[in-house]
Design a protein. Sequence first.
Length: 106
Amino acid sequence: MNKIIKGDQVVVISGKDKGKKGQVLKVIGDKVIVDGVSLVKRHQKPNPLRGVEGGVIVKSMPIHIAKVALLNKETQKADRVTIKIVETGGQVKRVRVFKSTGSDVA
């Protein structure tokens, strides 16, 4: 189980975008694409068959997963995450838990 998954709110902890907050759009191996972080301009050729217009587009590039941390909504700060194993009625379930507060990641 990954500690950071699609849809999580994260904070960038190092690099040119340090301090920015955003939502994880996609996880690609050991990299993540975060909405509004690591923005670059790319020139795109038009493709009328696919309905793509040409021009300069702005898009988010992947950043390494070690450069982001989950946002703890209680403290509004970056926080580390651990995985706790919980048994309920004979079933084993893994749950993500914040290290500082011990509360579950929503």
